[in-house]
Ligand binder design. Structure first.
Ligand SMILES: [Zn+2]
Length: 373
């Protein structure tokens, strides 16, 4: 029976140059389906094996080479690693992970900048939050139901947004149509609808309701979630009716186009870096309070500093890891200043640890001192 080509001592497999081109896993898989030896083709491009007929696509997962003998594709490897926890039915999970991690080492080694120069592979990709002001509406209860349904667009496509964040840096970002299609298909069952990303001290990470609808349309990503009949949901309704909340989602970038030095243009007069997110993994979404400075205009905003960075600041070990992986030295000095201010200004947490991800960390609002109003 053909097996994936997973031997980490297979130097040839791991010494090929990395393919930094765009990635289309679906196309790679269907070209194997047309091959005269499909089983060995799948085995040469995939890291994941499932039980069943090896000549069938269903028996394989986690493709990351465009074709047999091709170098690993960097986006394909990141995509496969991001997807590994959700991939069902693997009979070689540990070996698949080791294989992908070996490629990841290769990718990181290849993208290491010369000493003293900033990283060139762009801003952080994991633990990011985007929010949209007019993203939450209440729809009247369906007949018989006592509670309304949350609905709206949690993201919009093809709209350049300036991200100006201590954690992420400053750049323009847009979401490409199709960026959510894979995560909607594969991760919807594990996604939750949460209030304040699970950080509200009263509600914590209790789900607001099931996901009834989650689809990409021409505008962006539309969702609907009927609210559960609970006391914490009833407490939220007046604020929701008054339009006090935006919609927000937490995600990880799986595939992107990153341009560190774009031409100046009407939408980018300063020529700051540009990122187009082509595929992402969304973990949860839901209503959030919009910070006053985030402006009244439509479009997405980054709330990564408010939610993710704040959690780092309350956890010295994670902060240390963040500092080690910080994208720029400017960010480093800001981290140092902020963590000192946080230590001086925050009341002590009585020895509580916030390392448990299920436990809501206190919401500390941090403003980027460089953010322009
Ligand atoms: Zn490989």
């Amino acid at each position: 029976m053909p097996r994936p080509n997973l031997d980490p001592s297979d130097l040839e497999h791991f010494e090929r140059a990395i393919d930094n081109g765009s990635w289309d896993g679906g196309a790679a898989m269907s070209s194997c389906a047309k091959s005269s030896t499909p089983a060995s083709c799948y085995g040469a491009i995939c890291a994941g094996k499932r039980a069943g007929d090896s000549s069938k696509q269903d028996a394989w997962a986690l493709p990351h080479h465009a074709r047999p003998g091709a170098p690993a594709n960097a986006s394909g490897v990141r995509n496969a690693l991001g997807r590994l926890p959700q991939t069902q039915g693997l009979i070689n999970r540990a070996a698949a992970e080791a294989h992908l991690q070996a490629h990841m080492k290769q990718i990181q080694a290849a993208s290491k900048p010369p000493a003293g120069q900033p990283r060139s592979d762009g801003p952080p990709r994991a633990n990011l939050i985007r929010a949209i002001r007019d993203g939450v509406a209440l729809r009247a209860a369906a007949n018989g139901a006592s509670m309304p349904t949350l609905s709206g667009h949690l993201a919009v496509f093809n709209q350049w947004t300036e991200i100006d964040s201590i954690f992420e840096g400053r750049f323009l970002e847009q979401l490409a149509p199709g960026a959510f299609s894979q995560t909607i298909k594969e991760d919807r069952a594990s996604m939750r609808v949460l209030f304040q990303h699970g950080r509200d001290p009263q509600i914590g990470n209790k789900p607001l309701g099931p996901i009834e609808e989650l689809t990409e349309d021409k505008t962006g990503v539309a969702y609907a979630a009927p609210m559960l009949d609970t006391s914490y949901n009833r407490d939220l309704i007046p604020g929701l009716e008054a339009g006090l909340y935006g919609a927000s989602f937490r995600f990880e970038v799986l595939e992107q186009d990153f341009n560190n030095k774009p031409e100046r243009s009407d939408y980018n007069p300063e020529g700051i870096p540009e990122r187009t997110v082509k595929s992402l993994r969304m973990m949860e979404f839901g209503p959030v309070t919009f910070p006053a400075y985030a402006g009244a205009t439509a479009g997405l905003r980054s709330l990564t500093d408010e939610f993710i960075f704040a959690a780092f600041l309350s956890d010295p070990e994670r902060l240390r890891q963040l500092i080690e992986s910080a994208p720029t030295s400017a960010a480093l000095s800001q981290v140092a200043t902020l963590s000192r201010k946080a230590a001086e200004g925050q009341p002590h947490s009585h020895g509580e640890s916030h390392s448990d991800p299920d436990r809501p960390a206190p919401l500390v609002v941090i403003r980027n001192p460089n953010r322009r109003l």
